[in-house]
Each structure stands twice: as C-alpha cells, then as structure tokens.
Write a protein that binds this ligand. Structure first.
Ligand code: BGC
Length: 710
C-alpha cells in the first residue's frame, strides 16, 4: 500500500492526482470517470484499520488517519479503536476537558499546530478529533474528551483547535456528529432530542466549527438521533451539515458505525472505517444494481474521499520534525494554563520552598493524566510529582489507586507525615478504571479510600491542600475541612512539573470551570433520563443543560460554570455599549476595563452572558456568548471589547426551523463566572419579522386578533 511517507516519490510519479487547488474539481471528476463502479465502491471503504484505500491501477495513493486530539495515537502494528494495543511513543497533552478550562482560544490553536505538526512528521494526514459533544451529564464516560456543557465554549475552543491543526496542512476530523452524549448503549442507543434543543445545544458547536474553521472531515456518531442511525441520517448529514451549513468536506463513519452502507451513501456518508472488509463494498454494488442507489450518489461520495486524499497528499510536509522533548514542555505549559483554583483559604497557596510539606498520594508516583480508550497516548516522557519535589517536601503514598478500600498502614503513615509538616498536599481524583470510553460512571464520588484519607489528614493538618486529577466533576464531602483545592483535570504528561509550578507559584492558576460541579448527582438536569431505558434516551431537560438548568431552578451548586480563583485579584469597571437599540444585521460593541488589583501577575477570563427577556418560549436565565482571556501585571489595566450580533441574542424557533431573535429588552452581563456577574447594560432589539403563531380550528378569536401580523 502507498502511504504518505512515500510522498515525495508519489508526487513525481502520480501527477494526475496531485494537482494544484484550482484544477482540483475538474481533474477529480475526470479521474472518477476512469474508475469502474467496483473501484468506486472500494474507495468508499478504507483499505485497512487506519488508511483509505489505494487504487494502484490509477495510481491513487492512500492516506493515514490517527486518533487524537490530546496527542497522536499512531498504530503501526496491531490496531484497535479502544486504546488496547500500543502506539508510537508520542506526547500526551491535556485532555479537551482541561483545555476548555483555559478559556484560551489562542492556546487551543497553538495546541492544534503542535499536534498537526506531529502528524506531518509521522505521515498522518487526518487527525481524528476534536470531539465536540456537549457534556449533558457529568457521568458520561468520555466527558474528559469533550470541552464543555456550553455550546459557545465548545464551539470556540473546537474551532481554534481545528484552525491550528489545519494550518500545518494536516486535516482535522470533528466528532461525534451528533447527540453522542453517553457511552451506555453506545453502538445502538437512540438520542431523542427535540428540534430546538438539538440546534441550540447539541449541534451548535458543530455548526460553529464547520462555519468558522472548515474541518476537512466530520465523523458521524454511533448512535441514532430521533430513530435514525447517524450513519444513515440524511437530515443530519445532508440537510443540516451540507445544505444549511455549507459543509464541503468528507464525512467518515465512527469506527464500525455502519449499518446499511448503501443507505448511508444516499444519506451523505462518504467513507466507511475501518476498512478491510468487503461487506460495505458489496452492499453499495448491490444497491446500484437494484436501482436503490444511483451511480451519481456513489460519485458524489467518491469525490469527497478523493478530495481528502488529494489534500492530504498535497499538504504533506515530509521535512516536519516531531520534537518530543519540546512538545512535552509545551504540554506542561498548557497544563499550567488549564488548572482551576477552586478554594484558597487565607491564601494558603502558593507554598514557599522554606516550609515543610507532606506530599501524599499514589498519583505522585503513578500519575493519572489522561483518559482511557481511543484517545490514549503512549507517552514518551512522563513528569511525575515525586521527581519534581522541592527541598522541604517529602512523599508518602497514602492510598492504593487500584483499590477503593483504605489501607490502614498507608493512611496512618500519611497522617503522621501531615501532622509533622507545615502543610499537606494530597494528590487525589479518579483512577482510570472510574472513567473511560465505553462506560459511563454511576456516581460522582471519588474512591472511598481517598475521601477517608483527605478527612483524616485534614483532621490533623489545617493547611491541607487537595490537588485533583479527574476528567469530569466529582463531589467533595471534605470541602469545608480543607484549606485549598486545585483542579488539574487530566493534564497530560507534563503533570508532575505543572502541579509543582502551580503549587509553588511559578505559575498562577487562571483556568475557569467549563462545566458546573453540582452538589450531588440527583441535582443534575438529566438525572431522570440518563442513560435512558431500553436503548432510548429522551433529552427531556431540553435546552436546560448545565448552568442553564441550575440557574433556572435557582439551585445551589458546588462550583458554578465559569468559576476559578487566582493568586491575584481583578476588578471590572467602565462597561459601555455603543448602542441602546439594535436590529437584524447590526452589531453591538461592548467594552469594559479589567484591572489586576493584586500583587502578582495573572490572567483573568472575562465572560459575557446574555439574559433574554421573557417571551413565548422559556429560555435560560443567561447564556455565555463570548469570553476573553487577558494577562495583566499587578496594577495593569486593559480595555476589552466584545461584539455581539442578532444571532447572539437568538434562540432556535421550531416554527421557523431557524434561529430567531424576538423583540425585547436584553441584558448584557459581564462577569468572572456565571454566578459572579459584575457589570450589566441593557439593549433593546427590534425584530424585522414577528414570531409566527400556530392557529388551529380551536383557536379563539382573541388568539387570532392578538397576532401582531394583523
Ligand atoms: C471512537 C472514535 C475514534 C475511533 C478510532 C471509536 O471507537 O469513538 O472517537 O476516533 O474509534 O479509534
């Protein structure tokens, strides 16, 4: 099989396929005319686990795809899509859950550049990521791979990542399209979602990334949406993705997501992966023979596959170098930008090197830094906390991460060490067996032995600091007893050094929570409908996902969306809006000043929310619409500008099958979290078209005359 590594030779030998962009269309169509129907059907199924299929007769090469996005999982020997077999030594970057906590699109873009370059160096043309699914429940086993409970944050971080990857010439494949929000029944489940919720929450990040970053590929999800498998779903793959959003790239199945291949091609699915089997090929041939699939439909899919192959070949940089040491340093830097400081009583952090510190936890020697499953990276280097301890720090294991039961000897050793020291730092969180692709959690609790250890240590040591490694929210029954909590998420293989830099103030935490930490599982919006019954999951909470739900219900939470502390402090002032009225097609400029009022350099994430007026449809109390991360020296001030348009004030109106902004008065809110709004202004919006009303034979005269159209 031909592969990208032989690209220089291919370039000289096969000019027919390797054309410059302007001629692409014409020549690919000419090439398609030379293919037999059999060859066309073959091109629509991969050649093996990770490659497209080469057609030697016409000198059409194959390209390679590999998992990501938090590092490269390139498999050259045994292959699997569950992270079981080995892969090329690479660098594990923070998982998407962590990257989202940075609220830093420039950082996400840089990450994309670095991973894209690694792909180039390894001959991988398409990176399978990022995942854009919304965190509907904190229990979803793949939440560590996803960005947020909020579609704007997920869309902006995802678009930046895709732009970064594709700036290197590597393609990015966004996934899993769509409404793939749980692992229970993952190959067969049906996500039943109303039209408004689908567009406003679950499709919105995909829409943003498709329109802003033009990913080369979209991966369809395993599940059904409203009764139809995503791999056969014409509404999703053609009507929405291509017709409404203008997508022009290639659509690939998730690995093994194909049901009926011919039905899929008709619905807009181009490439079946993994390859190597004739089943799908035969189904396409049979369907064409039976007249249920036209050759034009086959050609359309072949064109999309060939375009992807051609782009991969043309954009390959054979000279790219994968510098594992430099990229590992970058992974550590990103981890420092993602950490969220949740509690810091009496400024117990940062620590000073003069104080004696008891470092406690199995994770210090065997760190938890990445999630399990297809995104699992084989790290070339891992920085462990025990290897980065400053003088004055000593380590005890405290618990066994392979067990949930307390080991008395380990616990007592840790308590004794904590009692003698000036402070205790406990590295805790979720072992890998608690969260992984393929299985959802059933509880938000950490292992009992870790909770017991934290209680016991904080009984003897008032300066107890808990550092957490987990891919999704947990409960913290000991929160009132400890002095500080630093949430690291799954920070990649720079974990040990990054943790120490943050604890000792070489880095100042600047992350904010990209999701709500609820007080308990029973409070979560999808509690009654997760993970569904008999393979059917009804999204009955509608658009009220994450903070949209907790705010509407006026519920207390453990930590709200957007929350995070710093070793310094920030003040917000001077908010202005450049107009008090706006309409369709107009832009609202919002400005404000942020000042670092503390004594250390730091970064603040300024968040802009819109609170809509009451109307015919129930809407969330407030929704994130924009954000900016700003670095400030002590005393430094910076003016921040946001721009909003009508779509930022809109909701999805099912009667129109489109987004709609009703006339009314909107509050523009700026804050440091969803529950810490510091500044507000009002703007009134006037809609060009009134909202359509639905009348039936039972509508009253009063209903009809109250229609603003009359
Ligand atoms: C996962 C995808 C992954 C693919 C290839 C599937 O099981 O859902 O996210 O890209 O395998 O490994």
């Amino acid at each position: 099989m031909l592969s990208l590594t032989k690209i220089t030779a291919i370039r000289k030998k096969y000019p027919a396929l390797l054309l410059n962009g302007r001629n692409t269309m014409v020549n690919l169509n000419e090439l398609i005319q030379q293919l037999t129907l059999e060859e066309k059907a073959e091109l629509l199924t991969g050649g093996d686990f990770w490659h497209t299929r080469a057609i030697e007769r016409l000198e059409i090469p194959a390209i390679m795809m590999s998992d990501g996005p938090s590092g490269l999982r390139k498999q050259e020997k045994e292959s699997d899509h569950l992270g079981i077999y080995g892969s090329t030594p690479a660098v594990c970057f923070p998982s998407s859950a962590a990257v989202a906590a940075s609220f830093d699109t420039a950082l996400a873009q840089k990450l994309g550049c670095v991973v894209g370059n690694e792909c180039q160096a390894e001959g991988v043309a398409l990176l399978l990521g990022p995942g854009l699914n919304i965190k509907r429940s904190p229990l979803c086993g793949r939440n560590f791979e996803y960005y947020s409970e909020d579609p704007v944050l997920a869309g902006q971080m995802g678009a930046a990542m895709v732009e970064g990857v594709q700036s290197t010439g590597t393609g990015s494949c966004i996934k899993h399209f769509a409404a793939n929000n749980q692992e229970t029944d993952r190959m067969v489940g049906d996500s039943v979602v109303d039209e408004r919720t689908l567009h406003e929450i679950y499709l919105a990040p995909f829409e943003a990334v498709v329109k802003e970053a033009r990913p080369q590929a979209v991966m369809c999800a395993y599940n059904k949406v409203n009764g139809t498998f995503c791999s056969e779903n014409g509404t999703l793959l053609t009507d929405i993705l291509r017709s409404a959003w203008g997508y022009q790239g290639m659509v690939v199945t998730d690995w093994g997501a194909v049901k009926n291949r011919a039905v899929g091609v008709r619905a807009g699915l181009d490439l079946e992966m993994p390859g190597g089997s004739r089943r799908g090929i035969q189904q396409v041939l049979d369907a064409v023979a039976a007249g249920t699939l036209t050759e034009a439909e086959v050609d359309r899919a072949v064109y999309n596959v060939l375009k992807l192959v051609q782009t991969g070949i043309e954009n390959h940089h054979p000279d790219a170098v994968f510098d594992r040491a430099a990229d590992h340093d970058f992974a550590r830097h990103i981890a420092e930008e993602c950490a969220v400081l949740l509690k810091n009583k009496d400024s117990v952090l940062p620590l000073t090197e003069e104080s004696s510190v008891a470092l406690i936890g199995d994770f210090a020697a065997a760190p938890r830094y990445q999630g399990g499953g297809s995104s699992h990276v084989n790290s070339a280097y891992i920085s462990r906390a025990v290897d980065c301890m400053p003088k004055g720090m000593s380590w005890t294991r405290g618990y066994d991460q392979g067990s949930d039961t307390s080991d008395r000897t380990l616990l007592e050793e840790a308590v004794a060490a904590a009692r003698k020291a000036d402070a205790a730092v406990i590295l805790a969180g979720l072992p890998e067996r608690y969260e992984s692709e393929g299985v959802d959690r059933t509880t938000l609790e950490m292992p009992a032995n870790q909770n017991e250890l934290i209680e016991a240590v904080s009984d003897v040591q008032p300066n107890t600091i808990v550092v957490l490694y987990n891919g999704a929210p947990i409960t913290m029954p000991w929160l009132d007893k400890v002095a500080a909590v630093l949430e690291m998420y799954l920070p990649g293989d720079g974990v040990g050094a990054a943790t120490m830099d943050l604890l000792y103030g070489k880095a100042n935490p600047s992350g904010k929570l990209p999701e709500t930490f609820p007080q308990k599982l029973a409070h979560t919006p999808s509690w009654f409908n997760f993970p569904g019954e008999n393979g059917i999951t009804e999204y009955r909470e509608g658009v009220f996902v994450g903070y949209r739900y907790y705010d509407a219900k006026e519920m207390d939470v453990l930590f709200p969306f957007g929350y995070g502390l710093s070793y310094t402090s920030f003040a917000y002032s001077n908010m202005t809006v450049d107009r008090s009225r706006m309409g369709e097609g107009e832009t609202l400029r919002v400005q404000l000043t942020v000042i670092n009022t503390g004594k250390l350099p730091g970064k603040e994430v300024v968040q802009l929310y819109v609170a809509p007026p009451a109307g015919m449809r129930r809407r969330p109390v407030r929704e994130l619409k924009s954000f900016a991360k700003v670095a400030l020296q002590p005393g430094e001030r910076r003016e921040i500008t946001f721009e909003l348009n009508a779509r930022d004030l809109a909701y999805y109106e099912p009667l129109l099958h489109d987004f709609y902004t009703p006339t009314g008065c909107y509050e523009i809110e700026v804050g440091a979290s969803s529950r810490d709004i510091r500044l507000r202004k009002e703007v009134s919006f006037t809609a060009e078209r009134p909202l359509p009303r639905m009348f039936t034979e039972y509508s009253t005269l009063a209903d009809v005359v109250s229609d603003p159209k009359d």
